[in-house]
Ligand binder design. Structure first.
Ligand code: UCC
Ligand code: FAD
Length: 631
């Protein structure tokens, strides 16, 4: 066959390198939006120090961390159940690069930064940005970090009891030899979403006050972690347990003892996963694992919710990081790949494709920063009641929205490389695979949509009033109470154990939000180019208000059916407001303004459209079933 070809063999062999690879540099220096956000928000002294740290970290990621991340992908964890002599050892073997990631995480203070609070309320933003830069090169180590942060947060919110002080110090240490990671064992075979009904693990009290846990944990990620938080039902003297959510309590346990022997835990197997393969997710039998009760009895779910909310924020970090990475690589590739006689970057349709991803990523990034900002305020006692309500609402909204955005974006970006995008050794499929899980773990899209409703009910409607106040772009002519009144008649789904909303409130509660709002309006109106976006935003807010008013007179199932579209609407409207605000800065670029305009050109309030289409009526719900199963 070779003889038939015109080109000499020798020449073809030297032409292996026919396409230059896309190379990216220091991720911090190359991220214009990130840098402009920090410049706009951080106090000058903090900005100076944080920027230096991020630039240095960006270099370290490039030279040291990135190759380690690739090594983690090539050497996934291996499970050895028995040793050579037939002894059960249940050993999860991780590669040296994975171990090095743990050391680097400690050295860089990827958890410590948030708890030392050396930059006061800005420490969370600093930490979030470091994690964002680390994420796609971390070889999956962002997963244990998410849960470690969550465990530290739970312990801190319990007032760091004496019995957990040592653990807290380890979880937040900068010393690689001391640093511990944590797992988060919630999911059992009968339910990962419905934890309240799915948890079968039983806790038996011991004479010394500790507990022993018996049960089966179906998904336990980063199973090589040092400690974990988990849920179980405490058995009474007769061995009976209470079912449902109020039967669950929260426990802390060490996975191994001083001699590295498992704490009466047996590893059944490692999960065979589509992605996140660098990281061990195991099925575990708890066979009398020693544990410490750390919540009030029956307050397990409420107590672990601090961990949930933190790891959901990490999920948002992972989502935005994946989008940003794929876009960076796509735009680099477009500078190198020639098709139809010119570079990809000179094909307008290709540029439009990447620009659309860029707009989505910008909105997601600003949502992430907003959450980190609010969390920082809350943790330094600087958050108003409104800030705290907003944070509670925005975490599920951002997690569910960015999880979906990221999946769509990375798949689109993979296509930007043509066939190369599908090739395993480019590393691109790794990012795609690892991104697809972001809408599943830490609560699926539907479950988080229901959590958005939970946050509404729990705050008795105040959270939505704060939302409206914060995103309003025009002077709120004395009507900030309107949403509150509307929310009093909001019907909530029955099957979700939501309490009925009893609404109270006063004008005074919104003063701060109004001040914030006024600032935003002044900024926005100073840029005429943003006027169309502001108008679209106002129209969307009005439509959202109308939806809430309309839904108020409907059956409870309406809100349940609307939950996902409602959450999407909140995400799009809030991110739109943030983009407009960012584009209103005096030194905003033309791209900032265009991003805000384009974002606002999309359907900002899908819930209003679907509501108008009667999509949430009981008959439509019946038709959903008919469509799925046939009539
Ligand atoms: O997937 C997992 C780890 C993956 C690896 C880590 C990746 C991290 C990202 C990496 C970066 C790339 S761990 C498993 C995650 N599992 C979930 O997310 C569970 C999903 N299911 C839910 O979220 C459900 O909504 C449940 C389990 C929370 C529902 O439980 P209940 O008990 O049926 O719900 P209730 O009765 O409504 O809530 C009980 C209490 C209430 O408080 P009280 O009793 O004071 O009224 C709720 O308000 O818990 C409170 N609560 C919350 N509070 C529930 N959820 C929250 C929340 N999110 N925030 C505050
Ligand atoms: P189900 O709850 O059975 O959900 C199935 C479908 O039904 C979903 O689409 C869901 O959205 C939908 N659904 C469920 N309830 C409702 C409802 N009321 N209304 C509408 N739709 C609904 N868990 C841990 O505890 N610790 C871990 O470390 C961990 N690591 C994981 C790692 C990976 C790679 C994966 C994939 C999962 C991991 N999980 C972990 C489990 C994960 O959190 C759960 O899989 C997830 O929460 C969903 O639970 P489930 O699998 O039981 O799905």
């Amino acid at each position: 066959v070779l003889e038939d070809l015109e080109m000499p063999v020798a020449r073809r062999e030297t032409e292996n390198l026919f396409q230059e690879r896309p190379e990216t540099g220091n991720q911090y220096l190359e991220d214009a939006l990130l840098r402009s956000y920090l410049k706009a928000h951080l106090p000058p002294k903090v900005l100076e120090e944080v920027s230096q740290d991020l630039e240095r970290f960006g270099n370290r990621l490039l030279t040291e961390v990135k190759p380690l991340g690739w090594e983690c992908e090539l050497n996934p964890p291996v499970f050895r159940q028995y040793d050579a002599w037939g002894q059960r050892v249940d050993h999860i073997i991780t590669c040296s690069a994975w171990k090095r990631m743990k050391e680097i995480s400690a050295e860089e203070g990827l958890i410590a930064e948030a708890y030392e609070r050396r930059y006061s309320n800005w420490s969370r933003v600093h930490q979030a940005v470091k994690l964002y830069l680390f994420s796609t090169t971390s070889g999956g180590f962002n997963c244990p970090l998410a849960m470690t942060d969550g465990a530290a947060k739970v312990i801190e919110s319990l007032g760091t009891p004496a019995s957990l002080k040592n653990a807290f110090d380890h979880l937040t240490s900068r010393d690689p030899k001391k640093f511990w990671t944590s797992g988060q064992w919630m999911t059992e075979r009968r339910g990962g979403s419905d934890v309240a009904n799915g948890t079968e693990t039983v806790a038996r009290k011991q004479p010394d006050g500790t507990y022993r846990l018996y049960g089966f944990k179906w998904f336990t990620s980063a199973a090589d972690s040092d400690v974990t938080l988990t849920l179980a039902r405490i058995a009474d003297a007769e061995g009976h347990v209470k079912q449902g959510s109020s039967g669950l309590s929260l426990f802390f346990l060490k996975v191994r003892d001083e001699d590295k022997k498992l704490n009466n835990i047996r590893v059944q197997r490692l999960k065979d996963k589509l992605g996140t393969r660098q990281m061990a997710t195991a099925e575990l039998w708890l066979d009398g694992a020693e544990a410490e009760l750390i919540s009030a009895e029956g307050r397990g779910v409420a107590s672990i919710s601090n961990m949930l909310n933190i790891s959901r924020i990490h999920n948002v970090i992972g989502a935005v990081a994946s989008m940003r990475r794929m876009i960076s690589l796509s735009r680099e590739y477009a500078l190198k790949r020639v098709v139809f006689g010119k570079l990809l970057k000179d094909h307008p349709l290709h540029m439009q494709t990447i620009a659309r991803m860029e707009v989505q990523t910008r909105g997601a990034f600003l949502l992430l920063m907003e959450i980190a900002r609010l969390l920082g305020l809350a943790e330094t006692n600087m958050a108003s009641e409104q800030d705290q309500l907003l944070l509670r609402l925005l975490v599920p909204v951002a997690k569910l929205y960015t999880g979906k955005q990221a999946s769509a974006t990375v798949i689109e970006a993979m296509e930007c490389f043509g066939g190369q995008g599908y090739m395993e050794d480019t590393g691109l499929p790794v990012i795609v695979r690892d991104t697809l899980v972001l809408s599943i773990w830490e609560g699926t899209t539907n479950i988080l949509s229901l959590d958005v409703l939970r946050s509404l009910t729990k705050s008795q409607g105040q959270v939505i009033a704060v939302f409206f106040s914060t995103v309003q772009m025009e002077r709120a002519k004395g009507i900030p109470l309107l949403p509150l009144q509307i929310c009093s008649s909001l019907p909530l789904p029955t099957g979700c154990s939501f309490k009925s909303a009893q609404i109270t409130g006063s004008h005074g509660e919104f003063k701060e939000a109004q001040k914030f709002l006024k600032k935003k309006i002044e900024l926005a109106s100073s840029t005429a180019e943003l006027e169309p976006a502001v108008k679209q935003m106002q129209a969307a807010i009005n439509r959202l208000t109308q939806f809430i008013q309309g839904a108020g007179s409907k059956e409870a199932v309406t809100m349940e059916l609307a939950a996902r579209d409602f959450s999407y609407s909140l995400a799009r409207i809030y991110a739109g407001a943030l983009l407009i605000e960012h584009a209103s800065r005096p030194d905003a670029s033309a791209a900032d303004i265009s991003a805000a305009r384009r974002w606002c050109n999309q359907e900002l309030c899908p819930v209003a459209t679907e509501f108008k289409n009667s999509s949430y009526e009981a008959e439509e719900s019946l038709m959903d079933s008919s469509l799925v199963y046939g009539s």
